[in-house]
Design a protein around this ligand. Sequence first.
Ligand SMILES: [Zn+2]
Length: 251
Amino acid sequence: MNILFRLLLTAFIALTIGSCKKTITVTKEAAHWEYENPNWQDIGYKQCGGNSQSPINVETAKVLTSGGLSGIEFDYAPFPLKIVDNGHTIQVNASNQESSILYNNTKYNFVQLHFHHASEHKINNSASQMELHCVHRDNAGNLLVLAYMIDEGAENELLEQALSHVPDEVNKERDFPSVQIDLASFQPANQAYYTYFGSLTTPPCSASVQFIIFKEHIQASRDQIEDFASHHHNNARPVQPLNNRIILEKL
Ligand SMILES: [Zn+2]
């Protein structure tokens, strides 16, 4: 074998192994998903085809009023902004464990918040212009999401803080130590809510997530809603069948 041929052969083998490795790495990664084709169970996210998925349409005539539901006790402290554009939404991450809520005698720590355009949940088949999800988790790993329907109206301070610090690069979290996020600042005066058990509304669509949807909507300005839509337009999963689940309401 002449030396040039051997060199070429070695290079060819190296390239082949290299590309095989690459293929293996790619297949190990989670499949790319998008809102245009929301049947995510068909691309490997099995749980997305489950029978207790979120979001749902809340048909208020069928909701059961319960006197036994717990109120939400907020124990929020302002924290410095950590923000990421994950390619699906703009997300603010917790930077400490000092923000929590007490619900049903269980402490849930704030984990992250993010926005959807339009709202994912519907009330009597009607969507709001946006929806805010504040994700909390207890020590056992159970998730509780506080969901706020956002209508067009007054400017929203939280959304403003997020929009004015969106990182240029996707999936790159940025810190803004001088910007303080205050989760207590946008809570509705009326704490009445709907609640049901559902799932993450993005892959892997893990179930056993309790949603608390406040009845009183919050607001954001038209400019803010348009600004958000310029980053993420229609990042809302379609409503899923309720099946045999019950929606409760706290008055
Ligand atoms: Zn969400």
